[in-house]
Unconditional design. Structure first.
Length: 295
């Protein structure tokens, strides 16, 4: 199946960096690195120098804001409140990259990282989204209230916040500046591509819920199946199922549904990288910014 290589890549991200020297999974380690790059780039653009306390706390808020928000909404204790391991994992990566970019300042070039790593970013982000959505699994032992488990809106909100909550929190508080301030969340005026982390996370949650046939998406799936019956030629063969004359969306295993979400998110991240960094308007904007700095 076309989705299997993506599913294999997602599974590989759960393996440790090194089973002896650094026994933390690749996914959170990559996430720690990507947030460190973004945080340091923002800190470099801000005026004034940051104290070590501000620098560390601001980074961790950007890393874990989504985890804290989603777990708080669901009434579940977040891992960062009862385990030292996330701190060891994330701070080791952040301090190492801080040393590298202090030694080689020119290496900190976000457009290059955003363009080269957007497929990996999508895989890591999808893992975070679906990992949080696992708290909404239908189970008699679920710690989450049944109303939240059965609501598709909850799934969309959790998907959006799991994907973008850290960035939203950090930008709202300006945690990369010496003096934090509470302001209107920039996501509200970011436009389509500036907010793709948010609505893209909700889209992945919807894809995952529909294709795994989660109870919360039963009515949504029925509606989509009616639409698919008349437009099957618009969809790839691996996402439709046909029995006789009945055509509907295929039911996928969780790994394959996760892979489908990652594929869609990867395309969105790739388009964003091009639109923000390399399209003609973006290049013109960069040239104007460069001239204004010279003047």
């Amino acid at each position: 199946m076309a989705l299997q290589p993506v599913a294999d890549a997602l599974a590989a991200l759960s393996s440790p960096v090194h089973k002896d020297w650094f026994p933390y999974a690749l996914a959170p380690t990559i996430h720690a690195a990507r947030i460190s790059i973004a945080y340091q780039a923002n800190a470099r653009r801000s005026s004034g120098s940051l104290s070590w306390g501000t620098y560390i706390a601001g980074y961790l808020i950007m890393c874990w804001g989504g985890t804290l928000l989603t777990h708080n909404l669901l009434g579940v204790p977040p891992p960062v409140l009862h385990s030292f391991h996330p701190y060891i994992n994330y701070l080791t990566v952040h301090l190492a990259l801080t040393y590298i970019f202090q030694s080689f300042p020119a290496a900190l070039h976000p457009p290059t990282f955003d363009t080269a790593l957007f497929p990996i970013d999508a895989l890591v982000r999808t893992g975070a989204i679906t990992g949080t959505l696992s708290l909404l699994a239908v189970s008699s032992n679920s710690p989450v209230h049944p109303l939240l488990v059965r609501s598709p809106l909850t799934h969309l909100i959790i998907g959006a916040l799991a994907s973008s909550g850290g960035g939203i929190t950090a930008s709202t508080l300006s945690t990369w500046s010496p003096s934090w301030t509470f302001s209107t969340p920039p996501i509200l005026s970011a436009g389509v591509w500036g907010s793709v982390d948010f609505w893209g996370g909700a889209l992945v949650a919807a894809i995952y819920g529909v294709f795994t046939r989660h109870e919360a998406f039963i009515d949504v799936t029925k509606t989509l199946n009616h639409a698919v019956a008349s437009s099957k030629f618009l969809l790839p063969s691996f996402v439709i199922s046909q029995t006789g004359e009945v055509v509907e969306l295929a039911q996928l295993s969780p790994p394959l549904a996760k892979a489908l979400g990652a594929t869609v998110l990867s395309m969105l991240f790739g388009l964003r990288a091009w639109k923000v960094h390399w399209s003609a308007p973006a290049l013109v904007s960069k040239k104007k910014a460069g001239k204004s700095k010279i003047q």
